[in-house]
Design a binder for this molecule. Structure first.
Ligand SMILES: *Cc1c(COP(=O)(O)O)cnc(C)c1O
Length: 396
């Protein structure tokens, strides 16, 4: 196909808003309750069903979801195993509650946290050093969370699966059964984001999924200041404070991390097309795989249950070659992105003692990675334009 410039800018990811989405939001605006109304629980139930988990707790964004997870599971004064190849929020959430992030390098084949390395760290530490582990389904490649569960059980750790990249992704467990990312079969809690670059856009928004009823109830309270109106759980007797229909208690410190019904309406409407969007992502990824096969461009790692939030190539040559390609593609209207600068090398984490060389695989990967356009409305023609621009530049 000729190198015909496309008229619009091609970002690495973007939302797909339909007239049905617009109508759903308009209907929410005409409803009685803009927040704490009926659409939030409807979205929670539908999302949990899509993921295959029993419960969903909708929150203001994915970062709030992570914060509530570390708050509920606890890690104050203890270490939590994290991956350097993620958005910083999956690590910041440990620091929010007084925990200490401990970066485990990636496996260069899968780009996911190296579970063998994690085990070595745990074996070398005195009992009680670690509280939990936060694996990330990077780019949409599902973590084999059953193996992480084994590790967690051996050392008494909780697991929060950061599945922001992988709604609809799955892996095959040791019995051959498909386990969807975030379904709660192996991890205590999982989290998702509805930022517009993610699979399901709500503007802002997040969700925690779980199969644990006690955690579910606690998270509902924590996202709403720690408030409870369930008389069965009241700590104070009616004679202590005059109680009536207005009465509530705050028994634990929480936050206002609620999602509005307006956002939930958009999320719910988007959710109805999640399967179609995922199918198109997979198709585009397969086309990229085919286009880059046998070229100097290394395609992204693949797997059956990959959810393809991102399509990340490895640019051959030096780190300068990657920058040259990034700048060149921008002149052609192709806005690629880097996922991610290794979190341990960001100044805040250097301040905690982390430095270059601590996670060599993530650091080498970072010097060559480039996330190229991947989203359901990317056309085949636009994709060919991207492929041709990359191959022309790399072969020059
Ligand atoms: C997007 C994202 C988050 C944070 O989600 P927000 O909704 O933007 O707060 C956390 N972890 C990962 C891996 C993400 O991609």
């Amino acid at each position: 196909m000729p190198d015909k410039p496309v008229s619009r800018v091609l970002p690495y990811g973007k939302q797909h808003i339909t007239e049905e989405d617009v109508a759903a939001v308009a209907a929410a605006l005409r409803g009685d309750l803009l927040t704490q109304g009926p659409i939030v629980p409807a979205f929670e139930a539908a999302f949990a069903q899509y993921i295959g988990a029993q419960y969903g707790v909708a929150v203001a964004n994915g970062t709030a979801a992570l914060h509530l997870c570390t708050l509920a599971l606890g890690c104050a004064g203890k270490k939590v195993l994290v991956t350097p190849l993620t958005f910083a929020a999956s690590v910041n959430c440990v620091c929010y509650v007084g925990g200490i992030p401990d970066f485990v390098d990636i496996d260069p084949q899968t780009l996911l946290m190296d579970v063998g390395l994690a085990r070595k760290k745990l074996e070398a530490a005195p009992t009680g050093t670690y509280a939990g582990i936060i694996p990330v389904d990077f780019a949409g490649n599902p973590v084999h969370i059953e193996a992480v569960r084994e590790l967690a059980d051996d050392f008494g750790l909780w697991i929060v699966e950061d599945a922001c990249h992988a709604p609809g992704g799955f892996f095959a467990d040791s019995g051959g059964a498909r386990q969807r990312c975030g379904n709660g079969a192996f991890a205590e809690l999982a989290i998702f984001s509805f930022h517009p670059v993610k699979h399901i856009a709500a503007g802002e928004g997040g969700m925690i999924t779980t199969n644990d009823q006690a955690l579910y109830k606690r998270l509902l309270a924590l996202r709403n200041h720690g408030m409870t109106r369930d008389a069965n759980t009241f700590a104070l007797s009616p004679g202590d404070l005059a109680q009536g229909g207005w009465y509530y208690e705050i028994q634990e410190l929480g936050y206002n991390y609620r999602l509005t019904d307006i956002h939930a309406a958009l999320g719910l409407s988007q959710l109805s097309r999640a399967g179609a969007g995922l199918a198109r992502r997979k198709q585009l990824a397969a086309q990229y795989d085919a286009a880059f096969a046998g070229t100097p461009v290394a395609p992204a790692p693949t797997s059956d249950g990959h959810a393809y939030h991102l399509y990340v190539i490895q640019v051959p040559g030096s780190a300068d070659a990657r920058k040259t390609l990034y700048d060149h593609l921008r002149t052609k209207g192709i806005f690629t992105q880097i996922h991610y600068i290794p979190v341990h090398l960001l100044p805040f984490y250097r301040g905690l003692g982390w430095q270059k060389g601590d996670c060599p695989h993530a650091e080498t990967y970072y010097e060559h990675c480039l996330s190229i356009p991947l989203y359901p409305t990317l056309t085949d023609e636009e994709q060919s334009y991207v492929v041709n621009a990359i191959l022309a530049a790399v072969n020059r």
